[in-house]
Design a protein around this ligand. Structure first.
Ligand code: HEM
Length: 533
């Protein structure tokens, strides 16, 4: 039986090698780059792709090449080489394979957009994430989290007090992104609907595509004959209809008073504070433009799963590390108590912010960034690499492994350990990398402070534009839940890991929850008073 399965594996790997020829670019120079031992088929096992690449990184260094047949791609895990691609020479790279995968879903939205489209759209969208908008979002994050807290209160009344927290985090993140970006209440914490089903269907398809080396969806009539493609076509149609309708309504319901309030950044008097309202009212976006819909769709997908995943792994890490859990709870009780959180509280809850930052180091979302060189270039050799660097040709496909960067034993002490306080410690500069510059002053330790060894939200001009939004959302959701509940897992439970666009658990994040016995609060029972406040 073993021999038979081995033969099957060989046939499968050969098939993959042949078909993927059409997908990645031809070998385009880079002959001096160290070649990793391995085959494309090594990457198609039970193990997530980024884990297979980690072992190769340990053997082959911060810049290595993986060839299959006449094609290859370069895996970059070195801070200097990454800084070159993302920040020093970003105009020489586009999203390559990723853009091809995401085009049917996000069109020319910000993530897959080519450089020309991206320049115009980034300029149009970024002013929407201004301070007054983010301040207003803090309240929204809290209100949406209260729904989950309320649901958890109900679960605490039941005999079976086990809940899949990964699902709950994804639901709260979906409700927040819907309301914050286009004022649509998915209400997914408490119900299921065809639209929610379609959002998850499209997400699943996006993930399936990013982990499948055979672009079968490009085959003629695939959306007629392949059942999952038929399903995908239906799902994307449902979401597009909702978005088109929301854009139209936003334009038809423009109100003078709202325009004035928006103009003055007076969000207390704005009925609909969503980003869409800002784009339509303040930037005069054309409601018929497919581009606006593509950008909304991009933000729906980019801002939902990522935040859900960060919360999932943060809770997992805390439950595995009771000392860290105790420290973080002490901070939440001291700073927040039962108040609805404010922006000032987020600033005060430094330990919660560091927990989110450390979770993003150990479980970066996404674990791999994808680029394709638009012209010939030279990548820095980086730590332990060739000091003259490595030349690459036009068309080279690059995988930036954020997972490898964040777990590099050359950079991080006890790289696999969950230790949020590491962001308060100085790191010794190693070799040409240059290390931590000590300017860790914002809401989270960013890529500049760590000279591109730490990339929680990417870096350079294509850095995440929802970074503050996401960080604040995660801090509030986590703090409000930890204030009310204790979490534990059954002995021996392992969430496991699965990769798509983000890192998921393989088995869910099943937690037993119970109400905390809170000293100094009359409302030990729970949420009612908190909601009233
Ligand atoms: C881009 C991470 C939340 C919107 C990115 C990139 C990363 C990232 C790493 C860079 C991708 C690349 O260079 O290839 C995250 C994480 C989040 C998060 C970890 C949550 C914890 C959000 C939210 C939004 C958002 C809430 C929207 C409100 C975007 C957009 C881009 C992007 C539009 C493309 C930016 C551009 O190309 O100009 N994100 N993101 N993200 N993210 Fe996020």
């Amino acid at each position: 039986a073993f021999k038979k399965s081995k033969n099957l594996q060989d046939v499968f790997s050969r098939l993959i090698t042949i078909v993927s020829q059409g997908y990645f670019q031809p070998n385009t120079g880079g002959d001096s780059i160290p070649e990793a031992e391995g085959e494309m088929s090594d990457l198609v096992g039970d193990e997530p792709l980024f884990k297979a690449l980690y072992n190769m990184f340990l053997d082959s260094g911060g810049v290595f090449r993986l060839s299959f047949g006449p094609k290859c791609f370069i895996v970059v895990s070195d801070p200097l080489a990454v800084r070159h691609i993302l920040k020093d020479n970003p105009n020489n790279f586009d999203k390559g394979v990723l853009a091809e995968i995401l085009k049917p879903i996000m069109g020319k939205g910000l993530i897959p957009a080519d450089l020309e489209t991206w320049k115009v759209r980034r300029k149009a969208v970024i002013p929407g994430f201004h301070k007054a908008y983010l301040d207003c979002m803090v309240d929204l994050f809290a209100r949406c989290t209260e729904r989950t807290v309320e649901k958890m209160e109900g679960v605490c009344e039941q005999e079976n007090r086990t809940l899949d927290m990964e699902t709950e985090f994804l639901n709260v993140a979906l409700d927040i992104i819907g309301l914050g970006i286009f004022n649509y209440d998915f209400g997914s914490v408490n119900k299921e609907s065809p639209v929610i089903k379609s959002v998850y269907g499209v997400l699943k398809e996006a993930e399936h595509r990013s982990t499948t080396y055979i672009p079968y969806w490009n085959l003629p009539l695939a959306d007629v004959f392949v059942p999952r493609q038929r399903e995908f076509k239906k799902d994307i149609g449902i979401i597009n209809d909702v978005l088109d309708e929301l854009i139209l309504v936003a334009q038809q319901t423009q109100q003078e008073e709202d325009m004035e309030a928006l103009q003055n950044r007076d969000y207390k008097n704005v009925k609909d504070p969503s980003l869409l309202r800002f784009l339509v009212d303040m930037r005069g976006e054309d409601s018929t433009a497919k581009q606006l819909r593509d950008d909304l769709m991009t933000m729906l997908i980019a801002g939902h799963e990522t935040t859900g995943a960060v919360l999932t792994w943060a809770l997992h890490c805390l439950v595995q590390n009771p000392d860290e859990m105790a420290l973080v709870m002490e901070e939440i009780d001291r700073v927040l108590g039962d108040r609805r959180p404010t922006f000032e509280d987020i600033k005060e809850m430094k330990r919660v912010r560091m927990v989110i930052a450390e979770s993003l180091r150990l479980y970066p979302q996404p674990p791999i960034l994808i680029r394709r060189a638009l012209g010939d270039d030279t990548l820095p050799g980086g730590i332990g690499g060739d000091p003259d660097g490595y030349s690459i040709g036009k068309g080279t496909d690059l995988f930036i492994s954020v997972w490898n960067l964040h777990r590099s034993p050359q950079i991080w002490k006890d790289a696999d350990e969950f230790r949020p306080s590491r962001f308060d410690e100085a790191i010794d500069p190693i070799g040409p990398w240059g290390g931590y510059d000590g300017k860790n002053s914002g809401l989270y330790p960013n890529e500049s402070a760590y000279n591109f060894a730490y990339l929680p939200f990417g870096g350079g001009p294509r850095k995440c534009l929802g970074d503050q939004f996401a960080l604040m959302e995660a801090v509030i959701a986590l703090a409000m839940m930890l204030r009310r509940f204790e979490f534990s897992t059954k002995a021996g439970f392992e969430p496991g890991m699965k990769t798509g666009a983000t890192i998921h658990t393989a088995n869910g994040l099943f937690m037993d929850i119970s109400r905390r016995e809170l000293e100094g609060t009359e409302d030990v029972q729970g949420v009612k008073q908190m909601v009233a406040k």
